[in-house]
Ligand binder design. Structure first.
Ligand code: HEM
Length: 208
């Protein structure tokens, strides 16, 4: 399919969008059930996976599925999330970013430095969640580890879950805050005006 249609430009393929939303739905199920296991105040959210016993069974399985779908997406997006000189400048002008003084910002590629930082926070927390999650998966793997290793894994799992949840809250806030961004992940297209304004270098690369 072409990269440009009328006044729109393509940002995500159908496969990428299906993959992203699969990851997002899995994340919500995991965050809600995980918080329910973490503290009694969140216990009512265990209903999202059908109550205590079923949630306990499904949580690690959905966790592995989320990791696998995220891994595919993250590998596809790796090249666009490597840091470049312009990212340092963008970050040093974070005051202009937050005050919507966009005209002062440097031209950027497919993702800005904030998106790249969120990407790497997602990658690192996902790896930590998977590794620690396998250690505390009683049904299959926990017998391979000592009780001290399992205790450490529980702490790592909780801390990395907190990092991922905080990152996703910022990710969702930014997607809503920058008008026209949600559409990128829903229809796959953004307006030319959005592309020129927020990701000028990426827009230019499409028209080469
Ligand atoms: C749950 C609600 C979510 C919403 C509303 C949402 C929304 C979006 C939107 C609109 C974009 C396109 C941004 C752009 O092209 O500039 C995007 C990109 C992306 N999303 Fe999400 N997302 C959600 C959850 C997640 C989750 C759970 C993950 C992974 C754990 C995730 C990972 C990503 C990644 C890696 C990108 C590409 C940006 C990059 O590579 O820097 N998203 N998301």
């Amino acid at each position: 399919m072409s990269n440009t249609v009328d006044n729109k430009v393509r940002r995500y393929s159908g496969n990428e969008r299906v993959n992203h939303w699969f990851t997002a739905i899995a994340f919500i199920l995991l965050a809600m059930s995980g918080l329910a296991f973490f503290h009694p105040a969140f216990w009512p959210m265990v209903a999202v996976l059908g109550g205590g016993e079923l949630a306990r069974y499904l949580h690690p399985i959905i966790g592995v599925a989320m990791f696998a779908s995220f891994l595919i997406f993250a590998i596809q997006k790796l090249g666009d999330n490597l840091f470049s000189k312009v990212d340092g400048q963008w970050l040093s002008q974070i005051g202009d970013v937050l005050s919507n003084r966009d005209e002062r910002l440097p031209e950027i590629g497919k993702y800005n430095a904030g998106q790249k930082l969120a990407y790497w926070a997602m990658v690192l927390s996902m790896v930590a969640l998977l590794a620690s999650g396998l250690v505390i998966w009683r049904e299959f793997f926990s017998h391979l580890f000592t009780i001290d290793q399992i205790r450490i894994a529980v702490v790592v799992h909780a801390l990395s879950a907190i990092v991922l949840i905080m990152t996703i809250i910022v990710h969702i806030y930014a997607a809503i805050w920058v008008k026209g961004t949600i559409g990128a992940m829903v229809s796959g297209y953004v307006s030319r005006a959005w592309a020129k304004h927020h990701h000028a270098l990426w827009y230019k690369s499409l028209n080469k």
